[in-house]
Design a protein around this ligand. Sequence first.
Ligand code: FAD
Length: 533
Amino acid sequence: MAPASDACRRLFTFPANPYALGDDIALTQTFGWVGAWSSQPSAWGIAARGASDVVAAVNFAREHRLRLVVKGGGHSYQGTSNAADSLLVWTRAMNDVRLIERFLPSGCAASTTPMRAVSVGAGALWSHVYDAVTTKGGGYVQGGGCMTVGVAGLVQSGGFGSFSKAFGLAAGSLLEADVVTADGVLRTVNACRDADLFWALKGGGGGNFGVVTRLVLRVHPLPETFGAVNFTVRADSDAAYRQLIATTLDFCRATLVGPHWGEQIRFLPGRVLAVAMVFQGLSRSEAKAGWQPFFDAVDAAGSALHVDFALLKIVATDARTFWSPTLVKRLLGFIKHDDRPSAPEGNVFWPGDQGQAGQVLHAYESLWLPVRLLDPSGHDTFADALFAATRHWRVSLHLNKGLAGAPSHVLAEARETAMNPAVLDAFALAILGAGGPPAYPGIVGHEPDAADARRETDALSRAFAELRKVVPDTGAYLAESNFFQAHWPRAFWGSNLARLRAVKERFDPDGLFVTHHGVGSERWSADGFTRVA
Ligand SMILES: Cc1cc2nc3c(=O)[nH]c(=O)nc-3n(C[C@H](O)[C@H](O)[C@H](O)COP(=O)(O)OP(=O)(O)OC[C@H]3O[C@@H](n4cnc5c(N)ncnc54)[C@H](O)[C@@H]3O)c2cc1C
């Protein structure tokens, strides 16, 4: 593609269309990470249409000792769904979604109670699953917040959505999966069949144990309402901002660490607090009343704090329309549509996610924040750390990505996954990210800004170091973490690591499936071609 061509210009248009990127076999949603990786098309690719195509691809790769890579939604921040000189299994076309009213996992006792469930082809995107399950089916399935993330990749990461504090990890709702293992066998795995492999697929990381061809997820009863709360508060002085941070943490402990609430509170440099929360199972007036103590505390600070009332939005909607592109939502800009002329009606996405389509990452960190940080005894130290961090970079607390405050059955399901148990008593996942617009090394006029990336990486690292002072040893969420994560096996899986390694050894002893920072990848060179241990 010539740098001056229209095709090249389109590729680097910002913001990009996330569906168009996903429909191109040669592209990934993130174009790269400065100093880490750049998206590479495979030498050969198979656009799989069914499990038999996947079996053939796995056998061919094993017999010819090829570097195999698997791509679904293509949203890996770590670049684990692309590799140079590889054979790609691309599952995008395996995207059927089917509701099952009375599902029984195969091989389980006849006494098992049938459940409402949804069978999903491995290449499906969450937007299409929400359309089938919620908009059309009136149920709830726990998927991702970003609608263009792939189902198989997210579930194997563990997987959080906006309402995970109520419904848990996406992996916690996995009932069964079909997976082609390195020996070319298509297995149906669940809690009763190949239970260890089934467990490893629930948070052990995508692309490490086999190629998933189908997933069956539990469908939960749909709450009556979903809603959102958005506003910003500005502080006049550093002292007022430090106090605002403390007030916000108090309010988290009192109100937000529970099943009704999810999404983000952002502490920004420039003494700004940005709230972008969602709720479930509350009316608009209940949500408003819930926030009143916070607004009262802000009022009490007088002129030191200013709520931007022009931006204050508290809205609630019938849960069934939450993911549907109603005319009102489109007109108000709450939801966006794939703008290609022949795009299916269901190709929708949140405007807030569009900036990530085609982005190039500069730096990224995540860490789980134990709920004890909100205790009166630790709360001041944590507020100081957050304040110090914002001197350098913005910090987002994703309250839906820590399960403290979730119902006990949700915690029990999460314990049955391979995810780091640190998630269980975390009230939030802190995320610090930095990136630039679509770019690619070596394409004149569209190269990543290396100087900017270095500057941002330094600033972000300084901010992260402040948080690390108060939480030196918790885990990171593998799907949203630093490419250069220190002590990554422990950080991603904690005490589940040994069991995951045993599953890997049993189902993929020769390392057909290798991804960056995947289970067993320490035995391989960074390009995945050479065994080093
Ligand atoms: C814009 C954006 C928003 C995000 N939002 C969220 C969010 O709200 N919640 C959250 O928890 N995470 C989120 N993530 C992280 C995301 O969940 C993970 O990166 C996830 O792995 C992506 O899955 P995918 O299928 O889209 O990506 P891919 O890049 O296609 O796959 C990711 C990994 O899974 C493997 N894989 C994919 N399909 C299969 C398969 N069928 N069988 C075996 N392995 C497979 C790939 O080889 C790769 O290693 C987000 C990421 C991005 C870029």
